[in-house]
Design a protein. Structure first.
Length: 224
């Protein structure tokens, strides 16, 4: 089983070393950064499963790092802070923080919080698919692109959902017809081609060179 990658961002080198040891002992794969900028670089390079982020850091504080992370990622974030005011907690949750641990804390508590957040994230992921800045929420039947809700017709959504639920697998035109339109539409391949194109116009920066909905010539279509 692959170990979850936990990115630890804190300017306190001593605490960072202790956190790294405890994460490894708890069965996680720790990554460490001693500044906000270094943390952002590591997050972009490694795509961690969770980020533990200290609020009080010089140059770029935790709030700024959190905001930058949220611009490009939905990675779960646990904030570490020496403050316990309700204002700070509300600020964190408004920025998309998943949990909030106030210093001083026990390592056992932090490990338990990490496990709980990762468990929640696993359930949420099963109900949605994300590809770069595109997210499909199956539970709410909602599609967002760079945070903006995309208006899809029911047929467009059913086609996208079918592709996304089979992400990284090529589906034939015939199987898409049967799943989205029904078996009575067998042979009506123009329906699939038309709706693939309308989806690309709504979801792709360049519909002629798609990144999300790809054509496998002679086989069908694939959501990546």
């Amino acid at each position: 089983m692959t170990k979850a990658r936990v990115l630890l961002i804190d300017d306190d080198e001593t605490l960072l070393g202790l956190l790294e040891d405890h994460m490894r002992t708890a069965g996680y794969h720790p990554l460490t950064a001693n500044s906000g900028l270094e943390g952002l670089r590591l997050a972009a390079e490694t795509a961690p499963d969770l980020v533990v982020l200290d609020v009080m850091m010089p140059a770029m504080d935790g709030w700024q790092v959190c905001q930058r992370l949220r611009e490009k990622s939905s990675v779960p974030i646990i904030m570490l802070t020496a403050k316990g005011e309700e204002f700070d907690k509300l600020r964190g949750f408004n920025l998309g923080v998943d949990d909030y641990v106030t210093k001083p804390f026990s390592f056992a508590e932090l490990v338990a919080r990490i496990g709980a957040v990762l468990s929640r994230a696993a359930v949420e992921v099963s109900n949605r698919v994300t590809s770069d800045d595109l997210t499909i929420d199956f539970e709410q039947h909602r599609v967002t692109l760079a945070g903006q809700v995309i208006d899809l017709t029911p047929t467009e959504y059913r086609l996208l959902e079918t592709l996304a639920r089979n992400a990284d697998h090529t589906l034939s035109t015939e199987s898409l017809l049967a799943s989205v339109w029904g078996p009575q539409y067998g042979g009506e391949t123009k329906h699939v081609k038309h709706y693939i194109w309308t989806l690309r116009k709504k979801l792709e920066a360049d519909p002629g060179d798609p990144r999300h909905i790809l054509t496998e010539r002679g086989f069908g279509y694939r959501f990546e």
